[in-house]
Design a protein around this ligand. Structure first.
Ligand code: FAD
Ligand code: 2HG
Ligand code: ZN
Length: 477
């Protein structure tokens, strides 16, 4: 029997977290060991669910002494397998989902201090009840946690106005790999006292420590909104349109998502209750959202002015503006349904890339061409946060093709897409992270010096390599 499954180890863990903090029953463990898409499956000795920072620290200290590897987990909505343990059954999953306290709201400082297990939607709700806005917004917001958002530096649909999780964070509290607690919960907008350590942990995917709490920025609540669904002739038109709307509306532009007809077709086929808002089929669409803090801001008029100028310029083919909140929600449903819908079409090979915004059209044109030349008939589901230069360039098998035969091409497909990303000086992971799916690709497509510096940081903070092994860096790297 290994130490991690010995009665003594389990007794000591239980003495820290109590029986409510321990999951050992295989049936109850299952949901912690498989990801949302069923793409990654692992095994674990135990699932441990501490209730506060001191308990996290005591568990980490014990694992450090016993040389047991830890896999931090929040809502388990990550798309790269970062929160799933390996197959050995020797790792411990440390779930933060019991740490759900909102510790403080400071309206005058425009900050909220929350624990890592707070679900994003609950954080948004708490901010709203305080008359403020916490702007991070993504499809998984009903299940993902602040800890996971920080550990992946999550992006989503409001980054073009408010920034990603890194930009929304003023301070964090972290349990280090040896169990010490770093209290970096400073709500300061200015602090030039040396290296800004919080940024090492944000985006580190659980490989440097356990994030237990954070001080996050709040913004003025918005009280008016206008949402449009727009058909476009091309990605070039989308880039010109975004630039035009920004020029007119400035910071009122809070969302600009682009998606291909293929993406919409998958949603129309697989998401119940959806309908095409326009009467004719067009190659590209954008979902555009304006918001203002003033309750009667003339946003619909502004959007109409922008869109009629765009019609005249040939940038827009057709458009519909939502006339109430439920219509707006239905339009967002078309966008947010793409991930789920693509799952119904067999394996989806996900590539979460970014290039400079101006290069999106050329990237799409050249990559589509290269892929179709090598793998005729593959269905390219490209969509995403193009205001940030971030495309989800996901590939589904040709109609009628065999799943296994298609998956056999995964590396070759990835190679084409990442080579093209590199040609545009882009990134192979814009917002989802590396997890266990992309460490090898990162070594191939990232500057070796950056990998060397990252490894040096990992060795310094986690010399025994017990924090989420095999993530960000492949186990053998
Ligand atoms: P998990 O999946 O549990 O963990 C993710 C990583 O963080 C793992 O490496 C884990 O070890 C680590 N981790 C978790 N908690 C901690 C902690 N407290 N301390 C240290 N490490 C920790 N992502 C985007 O960026 N933008 C999107 O628009 C977006 N849309 C999505 C839509 C859908 C339908 C789905 C399923 C996912 C989407 N995601 C998106 C991906 C995912 O939701 C985010 O990465 C989210 O931030 C993960 O949060 P989580 O709590 O589920 O983390
Ligand atoms: C989104 O923007 C998410 O919808 C998920 O980042 C993307 O499933 C995907 O590839
Ligand atoms: Zn996304």
């Amino acid at each position: 029997m290994s130490l991690v499954t010995s009665p003594e180890f389990i007794r000591r863990i239980e003495s820290i977290v109590g029986s409510a903090g321990l999951v050992q029953d295989p049936e109850r463990m299952h949901s912690y060991l498989v990801d949302w898409r069923n793409a990654y499956t692992g095994n674990a000795a135990l699932i441990v669910r501490p209730a506060n920072t001191e308990q996290v620290a005591a568990v980490v200290r014990l694992c450090h002494e016993a040389n047991v590897a830890l896999v931090p987990q929040g809502g388990n909505t990550g798309l790269c397998g970062g929160s799933i343990p390996d197959a050995t059954g020797q790792q411990v999953v440390l779930s933060l989902t019991r740490m759900t306290r909102i510790r403080e709201i400071d309206p005058a400082n425009a900050t909220i201090t929350v624990e890592a297990g707070v679900i994003l939607q609950q954080l948004q709700q708490a901010a709203s009840e305080a008359g403020r806005l916490f702007p991070l917004s993504l499809g998984a917001e009903g299940s993902c946690t602040v800890g996971g958002n920080l550990a992946t530096n999550a992006g989503g649909t409001a980054v073009l106005r408010y920034g990603n999780m890194r930009e929304l964070t003023l301070g964090i509290e972290v349990v280090l790999p040896d169990g010490r607690i770093w209290n970096g919960l400073r709500g300061l907008r200015k602090d030039n006292t040396g290296y800004d350590l919080k940024h090492l942990f944000i985006g580190s995917e659980g490989t440097l420590g356990i994030i237990t709490a954070a001080v996050l920025k709040l913004f003025p609540a918005t009280h008016s909104m206008a949402t449009a669904w727009v058909a476009l002739p091309s990605p070039e038109a989308a880039i010109e349109l975004i630039s035009h709307i920004r020029g007119v509306c400035a910071d009122r532009l809070t969302g600009f998502e682009m998606m291909s007809r293929q993406s919409l077709e998958f949603v129309l086929s697989h998401v119940a209750g959806c309908r095409d808002p326009l009467t004719s089929e067009q190659p590209w669409y954008a979902l555009i959202e304006l918001r203002d803090t003033i309750s009667d801001a003339p946003l619909t008029e502004l959007l109409e002015t922008c869109l009629s100028h765009a019609f005249e310029q040939g940038l827009v083919i057709d458009a519909v503006i939502a006339s109430n909140d439920s219509q707006a929600a239905a339009l967002w449903g078309l966008r947010e349904g793409i991930s789920e819908a693509q799952n119904h079409e067999g394996p989806s090979l996900k590539h979460d890339i970014s290039v400079p915004v101006s290069q999106i059209p050329a990237f799409i044109e050249r990559t589509d061409k290269a892929l179709q030349a090598r793998f005729p008939g593959v269905r390219i589901v490209s969509y995403g946060h193009i205001g940030d230069g971030n495309l989800h360039y996901n590939i589904s098998k040709p109609v009628g093709a065999d799943d296994v035969a298609f998956k056999a091409n995964e590396l070759a497909i990835m190679d084409i897409i990442y080579q093209k990303t590199g040609e545009f000086n882009g990134s192979i992971s814009a917002e989802h992270g590396l997890g266990q799916s992309k460490p090898a690709a990162a070594v191939r497509f990232k500057d070796p010096l950056e990998i060397e510096l990252m490894r040096a940081i990992k060795r310094t903070l986690d010399p025994t390599g017990l924090m989420n092994p095999g993530k960000v860096f492949a186990a053998e790297q």
